[in-house]
Design a binder for this molecule. Structure first.
Ligand SMILES: Cc1ncc(COP(=O)(O)O)c(C=O)c1O
Length: 346
């Protein structure tokens, strides 16, 4: 169990491993804006190769990866279709409008899946009066649906549909490795079912900073330009990329443990009066619980949990969010369960 509080607020609270710290000290670096940081180049090339894409681009954040991707894919005024509760739409400060000048259309998804019949209705026919539908965005795993995995057959259908309709597909794969740990699907299979994808290093993979965007060479060159005007061109950034290379060997293979601990937390809380699972399944490392006890709300629960050494997030009045990651061990799950039990039964 953690010596301090058990921090379930987010997998972004993870700290670099000792091997990452050592890699930072030893990293060979150069000026990445000039293209000569060997560690950044190695990380970009390795990830692109792993996913069967031509090229990669190291960026400071998942938000920048998504926004640079959209800016590189669409002309201002073109339409982007996103899920109503997707991170790219809800939690990136309106960047789709601000950064890419995109015309945004939202569809309500089911477990993060944009329904195909609605997609079919939403993609516009060519017309001088209407915006051109240029891009569909998916999120794997889908944060707001409790880390739901978008299944492979669904991704295949969306990709086939996108080719038929001549629209591009971008995948926000901030937690794609959490999905891979469950599905066992080969990375190039995921890579082949989209035009671009990004993965985050700074969440469950435990790196301090960074995401990597992947796609074809021309797309990555356009995204590199967008990264520059967003101020994301960094110099000796191989010190950070070095952590990413360590993560691919060290934390990626272990990420399934985070999913398993989250499932255990979900299954134990099923038996508690006063809260209920606010998602159909616990696919990966995110758990939303709805506070049903009348005398409690989510912010009250968060502060009572904190008194018992357990940190969670209140998402509105009745929703609690728990996220598992490398610093959450079995003892932390036990502590969270005991805390919930004593609050609700006390
Ligand atoms: C699904 C998803 N996409 C993108 C991001 C953005 O990543 P960052 O916080 O590195 O900008 C997040 C962050 O939590 C996320 O959960």
């Amino acid at each position: 169990m953690s010596p301090g509080p058990s921090d379930f607020r987010s997998d972004t609270v993870t700290l670099p491993t000792p091997a990452m710290m050592a890699a930072m000290v030893e990293a060979e670096v150069g000026d990445d804006v000039l293209g000569d940081d060997p560690t950044v180049n190695a990380l970009e090339a390795r990830l692109a190769q792993m996913f069967g894409k031509e090229a990669g681009l190291f960026v400071p954040s998942g938000t920048m990866a998504n926004q640079a991707a959209v800016a590189a894919h669409v002309f201002p005024g073109e339409e982007v279709i996103v899920e109503t509760n997707s991170h790219i739409f809800r939690y990136e400060g309106g960047g789709l409008a601000r950064v890419a000048g995109a015309h945004v259309r939202t569809l309500v998804g089911d477990g993060g899946q944009l329904p195909l019949d609605e997609l079919n209705r939403a993609v516009r026919h060519p017309s001088v009066q209407e915006p051109r539908t240029a891009l569909l965005c998916l999120e794997q795993t889908h944060l707001f649906s409790g880390g739901a995995i978008l299944p492979l057959p669904y991704l295949e259908q969306v990709f086939d549909f996108s080719r038929e309709k001549d629209v591009l597909v971008h995948v926000d794969g901030a937690r794609l490795f959490n999905a891979v740990a469950e599905t066992g699907v080969e990375l190039p299979v995921y890579g082949n079912l989209c035009d671009s994808l990004m993965i985050s290093l700074s969440k469950g993979l435990s790196c301090p900073v960074g995401s990597v965007l992947m796609g074809d060479g021309a797309f990555i060159e356009r995204a590199r330009r967008a990264r520059k005007w967003l101020g994301g061109g960094m110099r000796q950034v191989g010190y950070l990329a070095a952590c990413g290379l360590v993560a691919l060997d060290e934390t990626v293979p272990e990420i399934g443990e985070d999913n398993a601990r989250c499932r255990r937390l979900g299954s134990v809380t099923l038996g508690l009066e006063g809260i209920r699972l606010a998602q159909e399944t616990v696919d990966t490392n995110i758990l939303f619980l709805e506070v049903t006890a009348r005398e409690w709300d989510a912010p009250m629960m968060v502060s009572a949990l904190e008194d018992k050494g357990v940190l969670a997030l209140a998402m509105g009045d009745r929703l609690l969010r728990f996220v598992t990651h490398r610093h959450i061990q079995d003892g932390d799950v036990d502590r969270a369960v005991a805390a919930l039990q004593s609050i609700l039964e006390g």
